[in-house]
Design a binder for this molecule. Structure first.
Ligand SMILES: [Fe+2]
Length: 248
């Protein structure tokens, strides 16, 4: 089982209680792997990196895949990311192989993969013929509904998507928009996690993470609202989601 979290945003908007509740739930699940798809910090500051390392360390799982987000690369934070988080760019866990793509670029909100990285992940993934191929990245390749005008996409999304199709990746895990969503493109599922613990909820007014089961090549993804119910992504994309009550 894979747990997919994103957009933790350590810093002023970090919701500590929500994060701690989520970690309790996640630790009870005993996942085989945890993917963290970027924006661990709000502004890439040293104190926020320290906090991010500490809180991510409370998740009990030896296979963590961590990628950077645009917020982590603010304030020259790109120099700090690798000092604090050094997950392997290729990680095999059971029958799954994860590759991590960096889409964040220093001091920019938009994302970029770049030709070299596309060639790299294609070459890597093509070696794993029988495994379920998973790519972890921060930005969105296709716009996510209910998140407003889109001026922070991956600038080379077309080339990246073609690489993903060619490499026969089964799953792309992403974040960035603070809105859980799933696009299905041929045999590839592109699954976005909402924000786990940022105050900045957007288009989906609950903190959440994803629980993904991979069995014999079939992928079943569920969305889990922190301290509340879980639901399939079929329900999420059809808008049949009952959010926990909140005060306006
Ligand atoms: Fe974010």
């Amino acid at each position: 089982m894979i747990v997919h979290i994103s957009d933790v945003h350590c810093g002023p908007e970090f919701q500590k209680n929500v994060f701690e509740t989520a970690v309790e739930e996640i630790n009870n699940l005993e996942p085989d792997a945890v993917a963290v798809t970027g924006d661990l910090t709000e502004n890439g500051l040293l104190s926020q990196y320290r906090q991010a390392r500490e809180v991510i360390g409370t998740i009990k799982c030896k296979n963590k895949v961590v990628c950077s987000g645009n917020h982590d690369y603010r304030s020259t934070g790109y120099l700090l990311f690798k000092r604090f988080f050094s997950s392997k760019p290729v990680l095999k866990v059971g029958n799954c192989v994860f590759t991590t793509i960096s889409t964040a670029r220093p001091e920019r909100n938009d994302g970029e993969v770049g030709h070299r990285q596309v060639v790299w992940f294609e070459q890597v993934l093509k070696k794993y013929k029988r495994d379920t191929k998973i790519i972890a990245m921060h930005h969105h390749l296709i716009q996510v509904p209910d998140t407003g005008p889109d001026n922070i996409p991956v600038v080379d999304a077309g080339d990246t998507l073609r690489g993903i199709m060619d490499a026969k990746a089964a799953l792309v895990l992403a974040g960035h928009r603070h809105r859980p969503w799933r696009w299905e493109l041929k045999a590839t599922q592109i699954i976005h996690a909402g924000t786990l613990s940022s105050e900045r909820l957007r288009g989906f007014y609950a903190h959440s993470y994803n629980i993904i089961e991979v069995e014999r090549g079939s992928i079943q993804a569920r969305l889990k609202i922190v301290d509340s119910q879980s639901m399939s992504f079929n329900e999420v994309v059809k808008g049949r989601v009952r959010l926990p009550p909140f005060r306006a």
